[in-house]
Design a binder for this molecule. Structure first.
Ligand SMILES: [Zn+2]
Length: 63
């Protein structure tokens, strides 16, 4: 086994890259990190409201 970086195609942008672990290249990781942070905030915000409304209603309707 060697701990040299493996060369592979970035699964996101398709460019050849070599990282210690398989995954998006450094550039994509930077972009993804910013995107994920934004999405996480949006998802958390979006999911929070429906859960409060939907769950009690769904239970009440089924009964
Ligand atoms: Zn990439």
């Amino acid at each position: 086994m060697s701990d040299e970086p493996t060369e592979y195609e970035c699964p996101r942008c398709g460019r050849m890259t070599s990282e210690e672990y398989y995954g998006p290249c450094t550039e994509c990781r930077t972009t993804l990190r910013m995107t994920i942070t934004k999405d996480a905030e949006q998802v958390a915000d979006v999911e929070y409201v429906p859960k409060m409304n939907v769950t009690p209603n769904a239970v009440a309707t089924k009964d």
